[in-house]
Write a new protein. Structure first.
Ligand code: TYM
Length: 365
């Protein structure tokens, strides 16, 4: 039989006819602003690379989210390209995955407005990230409050199955699931209900100086407890050497009793791929000193090749812009059918001339 007649099994990332379309959809987002951290690597970048192998993956630079707190427009422009380069430097393949900027796909802003009709005001007020961030802001924007609705739209527009994220986004994902269910009940089955994927170890990398708080991108740049993806090797060594540890000298994973050492063990597993048990066994009876020095070297070894690739890619603005344009086109095509169904099911009159500016007009108009 000629090969073209044979139904070929679906390849990941391929838009096969719907009868074969059982490919898993993966979606995640990351904010462009702020120097990315080892925490972002553990819960974000590292998982993106792993999940892109498992289905049709979309990774979104969520620039619309970045304007909900104090920010600098010139920095936003630059950091969007920085983040694209970092996503590729950490291992995403622009041919295989769709990498794009949120503001390039109008469906995201539209979906957020439509979904705000089925989002509970009370639930938004209970978001821990809103409560924490609002304490730090002098001016509290409405966008910071409705931020999780935009995030729900990001995910739901792509009929996402799996959302690779760190632990701090758990509550936002729960809200996205609630919003999807409420919409489906009220207007008819429209959205797939997404599942979160959290790393087994490293889902919440903690601040080295304050290991009961999350390592946060928005900490001041000079913060010694935050390792940035682009830190110089000596800066990384200094930050890890001065990491707060606990009393005793046993290298043992026990987050309640030994938050500092447990965090360093997790960082070691993120950097080397070893298990917690392997790390504990290797440093059995050795005390904290050699362990901390080795964690620093492991992180330097992890980040050095990433930084090198990043610098090569970041040098070519035009190429990054070109790749962003391709990503936007793919993302528009993938999200449009869902947005269309949302409008239709919610009872809007569909514009006869099509939704896009310049779309071909039907005969007679
Ligand atoms: P953002 O930009 O703050 O973080 C990007 C990813 O990094 C993870 N992360 C961490 N993981 C482990 N330990 C840490 N200390 C740490 N800090 C950050 C985050 O969990 C995240 O996975 N609201 C999102 C962006 C977003 C999004 C989405 C995510 C917008 N739309 C749709 C998923 C799906 C955020 O601000 O992530």
């Amino acid at each position: 039989m000629e090969s073209w007649r044979k139904p070929r099994p679906q390849q990941p990332g391929e838009n096969a006819p719907s009868i074969f379309a059982v490919v898993m959809r993966i979606f995640s987002g990351i904010q462009p602003t702020g120097a990315k951290t080892l925490g972002n690597y553990a819960g974000g970048f590292r998982q993106y690379v792993e999940t892109q192998e498992r289905g049709e993956a979309f990774f979104c630079i969520v620039d619309l989210h970045s304007i909900t707190v104090e920010y600098d427009p010139a920095e936003l422009r630059d950091s969007t390209l920085n983040l694209y380069a970092m996503l590729v430097a950490t291992g995403l393949d622009p041919d295989r995955s769709t990498i794009f900027a949120q503001s390039h796909v109008a469906a995201h802003a539209e979906a957020a407005w439509l979904l705000s009709a089925v989002t509970s005001y009370g639930q938004l007020g209970r978001m821990t990230q809103f409560k924490e961030k609002s304490e730090r802001q002098e001016f509290l924007s409405a966008g910071l409050f409705t931020y999780p609705v935009l995030m729900a739209g990001d995910i739901l527009l792509y009929q996402t199955d799996l959302v690779p994220i760190g632990d701090d986004q758990r509550q936002h994902l729960e809200l996205a699931r609630d919003v999807a269910e409420r919409f489906n009940t009220r207007f008819g089955e429209t959205f797939r209900i997404p599942e979160g994927q959290y790393p087994e170890v490293g889902a919440r990398v903690m601040d080295l100086q304050d290991p009961v708080s999350k390592m946060s991108t928005s900490s001041p740049l000079a913060a010694q407890g935050v390792v940035r993806m682009l830190d110089e090797p000596d800066t990384i060594r200094r930050k890890l050497r001065s990491a707060v540890t606990d009393s005793g000298r046993e290298v043992k994973h026990d987050p309640a009793e030994k938050p500092g050492i447990s965090n360093l063990i997790e960082i070691m597993t993120v950097a080397t791929g070893e298990s917690v048990e392997e790390v504990e066994a290797r440093y059995d009876g050795q005390g904290y000193g050699p362990f901390k020095a080795d964690v620093a070297e492991a992180v330097v070894e992890l980040l050095t090749p990433i930084q090198k690739r990043y610098r090569e890619l970041r040098g070519d603005d035009r190429e990054l812009q070109r790749l962003l344009a391709i990503g936007a086109e793919k993302a528009r095509n993938a999200s449009e059918p869902t947005l269309h169904s949302m409008y239709e099911r919610m009872g809007f009159v569909m514009p006869a001339s099509g939704r896009f500016f310049g779309a071909a007009r039907p005969k007679g108009l």
